[in-house]
Design a protein around this ligand. Structure first.
Ligand SMILES: Cc1ncc(C[n+]2csc(CCOP(=O)(O)OP(=O)(O)O)c2C)c(N)n1
Ligand code: SF4
Length: 466
């Protein structure tokens, strides 16, 4: 009886309720999955393994492999594996990619990861075409091979020659192991099994990058039965893609450190010098702000001042800017979240407080404001007609106050004064003013001028908005 590989789940329960595998009869993916599952379990790596699925016929690896699983966008499994292995250096990371996925859309990031010698095993399944999408030509399609996009056979003059990934990667210094194997028959599967184990042992031992290419049948898109497809691999594919071990330094190489030094995030962000550690405070209600306008109005800086103040006050805080490629003149916004515990996402889809410094941003973000929320908009913008129920919208003449105070460009600081007067920031004024002053560290002449704008704005808000 054929046994289920140890590294697999007991049953392959799919979202639609079915339990069959996703592969056609005679497909190489199932065999390759089994080799990886067995090796992962035999080497005792299941609890350490994180598997990165590609897009393609093997997109559903996470239905089969009983280990950590992540799905990558098309062509990006090597990039995702790079990130995972760098932040989780104790894990064994496995990227699995088809020849369309790795050889076409994802070639550069796979190549660069190999060149950097990232710490993961890359299993590359070459079935000579894009199978999942119906059998189009891939970079690996053989000369003369018929596919749905080369119905008269691949013409190398028009479409290039088959991409020999093992040979190309062999030009790189960093990879520890590079091999091409086949799953067309039992003898070859046994060779493939050894290569899979070697690649995973290299990960277990922290030695670096390992790459295994599998020549793999796709009877469905080749329009062949399983036996003829296996023959096509051994006779046609092997003639173009010779099997063999292109590099094996696994015995000589020692374990290497992951390529990045691990650093504390706060230190990386420069918060360690004189910074305040955020404190968990369940009583602090999370506040979400959106500061919006066009580039040049200082909306990003306004968000940054509020975020810095929150940091100084010991809150958890995130600042998330968004602006167009032109930076100046285009739409710009900054999302700020402040909380009494770690923040899950810096995105603010439903702000509690919206500051809108121009009309397009008021029109764009007004409908998103949370019930009970407050909108402050520049008073020269026509009053909005569709203020959502439960939301308060107040006009505030920030431009005029800034101009009357002698610094027309400081309308953003005027908004800060109004927010403080209306108690919408929820932070001690000393922290807010310290952050405001610090934002002009490079232009000290502006410190006092912005203080004037801030004070005038508070006064106006006290008299007119309360
Ligand atoms: C960004 C993006 N572009 C295109 C596609 C469509 N697409 C899905 S699978 C695939 C090719 C998969 O071929 P391959 O990597 O060789 O895997 P196989 O299906 O042969 O196992 C393509 C182009 C997609 N899902 N995402
Ligand atoms: S289409 Fe080809 S690669 Fe995809 S599951 Fe079927 S046989 Fe396998």
């Amino acid at each position: 009886m054929i046994k289920r590989a140890q590294g697999f789940y007991d049953t392959f329960d799919r979202k639609d309720g079915s339990r069959t595998t996703t592969f056609c009869a005679g497909c190489g993916h199932g065999i390759i999955h089994k080799l990886i599952g067995e090796a992962m379990a035999d080497l005792g790596l299941q609890n350490r393994a994180v598997f990165v699925s590609p897009v393609g016929c093997a997109a559903f690896c996470y239905y089969y492999f009983d280990c950590g699983n992540v799905a990558a966008p098309h062509g990006r499994a090597s990039a995702v594996a790079t990130g995972l292995s760098r932040v989780l250096p104790d894990k064994v990371v496995i990227a699995y990619q088809g020849d369309g996925d790795l050889g076409a859309i994802g070639f550069n990031n796979a190549f660069q990861a190999a060149n950097r010698g990232e710490h993961f095993a890359c299993f590359f399944v070459n079935n000579s075409l894009f199978a999942m999408t119906g059998g189009q030509m891939a970079p690996t399609t053989l000369p003369g091979q018929k596919t749905t996009t080369t119905p008269f056979g691949r013409d190398v003059v028009r479409t290039g020659h088959p991409l020999k990934v093992c040979e190309i990667f062999s030009q790189l210094d960093a990879p520890v192991f590079i091999a091409r194997v086949s799953v067309a028959d039992t003898k070859r599967i046994m060779q493939a099994k050894k290569a899979v184990r070697k690649a995973l042992e290299i990960q277990r031992d922290g030695k670096g990058y390992a790459f295994v290419e599998f020549l793999s049948p796709c009877p469905t898109n080749w329009r062949m039965d399983a036996l003829r497809a296996a023959d096509f691999v051994t006779q046609e594919m092997e003639a173009v893609f010779p099997l063999g071990t292109f590099r094996d330094r696994s015995a000589e190489d020692a374990a290497k450190p992951v390529p990045i030094e691990r650093r504390d995030l706060r230190a990386l962000l420069g918060a360690s010098e004189g910074g305040v550690e955020p404190a968990v405070d369940p009583s602090f209600k999370e506040r979400r702000f959106k500061f919006s306008g066009f580039g040049g109005q200082g909306v990003l800086s306004l968000g940054l001042v509020v975020a810095e103040s929150a940091g100084q006050a010991g809150r958890y805080v995130s600042w998330f800017p968004s602006y167009g490629p032109e930076q100046r003149g285009g739409a710009a916004s900054a999302s700020v979240v402040m909380a009494g515990r770690e923040i899950g996402s810096p995105a603010v889809d439903e702000p509690d407080v919206l500051v809108a410094m121009n009309r397009p941003s008021l029109e764009k973000f007004l409908p998103t404001v949370a019930k009970g929320g407050m909108v402050l908009y520049e008073a020269s913008i026509p009053a909005p007609e569709n203020v959502p129920a439960g939301v308060t919208a107040r006009a505030f003449p920030a431009n005029r106050i800034a101009a009357d105070s002698g610094t027309p460009k400081a309308a953003n600081t005027a908004f800060l004064g109004a927010l403080m007067e209306l108690n919408l920031v929820g932070l001690p004024e000393k922290d807010v003013l310290a952050a405001l002053d610090a934002s002009f560290a490079a232009k000290p002449a502006l410190v006092e001028r912005n203080r004037l704008v801030y004070a005038a704005a508070r006064e106006w808000a006290r008299a007119n908005l309360k």
